[in-house]
Ligand binder design. Structure first.
Ligand code: ADP
Ligand code: ADP
Length: 229
């Protein structure tokens, strides 16, 4: 992976309605930790969906190493791992849930990632250990723990780019900060695109862009942005 490029992207959900993204451009080089900020409804999630190829630009392009994401098709999952607001877990064991990131991983490798995200010890001590079933509604796992399971999956998937779309939404501020610390530790060295609607944790990023009126209104270092607010 060398760079992800969003080039003059235009998008609206319905024809003749206000454009959600209006000639938005953005370059994310290898290793960059970027926060995408903006008010609710600014188009952050829309941009996220486009980066992972779920929505296509109506004009302009999104490219990974100069290849348009729509050409990558399913291969996009080898490049970009995603953690969303809801962790997208399945009604099967923790092991199986994490192994979705790499079906050929051994139990040992899966368990290692669970330790990496700070869940190893806790899950090991459950009566069914790593075979404990993750109920779709969460069951015995809290919101933060579910996101850690999702993170373990992404670590196993081992993509160069990780897109985080408000992974801490709904968590209390302390749980939020510890989850963010775990995320940024575990993903160290990867290219991170983190969509967020508030400033907590943004100082841990290299750059921040602020989306407004479908465009990048501000781009800078967190230091500079926080200074001006
Ligand atoms: P953000 O993530 O910054 O809160 P979104 O990308 O979710 O913003 O939404 C941008 C705008 O597009 C909002 O006005 C939202 O209501 C609208 N929108 C989002 N998803 C859809 C959809 N599936 N159909 C129609 N409008 C949508
Ligand atoms: P997010 O910002 O994470 O997409 P939202 O609450 O804005 O969360 O949207 C939740 C779901 O509703 C998404 O699938 C989005 O596409 C859809 N949605 C959001 N706004 C609209 C809208 N104005 N019209 C239709 N669908 C929408």
């Amino acid at each position: 992976f060398e760079e992800l490029k969003v080039n003059q992207v235009v998008f609206s959900y319905e024809p003749d309605t206000k454009k959600v993204l209006n000639q938005l451009s953005l370059t994310v080089p290898k290793g960059e930790k970027l926060a995408i900020l903006g008010k609710s409804g600014a188009g952050k999630s829309t941009l996220g969906r486009m980066i992972r190829g779920d929505l296509l630009p109506q004009s302009g392009s999104i490219t990974l190493n100069e290849v348009p994401v729509q050409q990558l098709g399913e291969d996009i999952s080898q490049w970009v791992g995603v953690i969303n607001q809801s962790p997208h877990l399945f009604n099967t064991s923790v092991l199986n849930n994490v192994r979705l990131g790499n079906p050929s991983a051994t139990d040992e490798e899966v368990i290692k990632t669970l330790y990496q995200v700070g869940l190893g010890k806790m899950i090991e001590q459950l009566p069914d250990g790593f075979h404990t079933v993750v109920e779709e509604a969460g069951g015995r796992f809290s919101g933060g723990e579910q996101q850690r399971i999702a993170l373990a999956r992404i670590l196993l998937q081992n993509t160069p780019v990780v897109l985080l779309d408000e992974p801490t939404v709904g968590l209390d501020p302390v749980t939020e900060q510890t989850l963010l610390d775990t995320l940024f530790d575990a993903l160290e060295g990867k290219t991170i695109i983190w969509i967020t609607h508030h400033l907590q944790g943004v100082d841990q990023m290299d750059h921040v862009v602020f989306i407004e009126d479908g465009q990048v209104a501000i781009k800078g270092t967190p230091h500079k942005l926080l200074e001006n607010n």
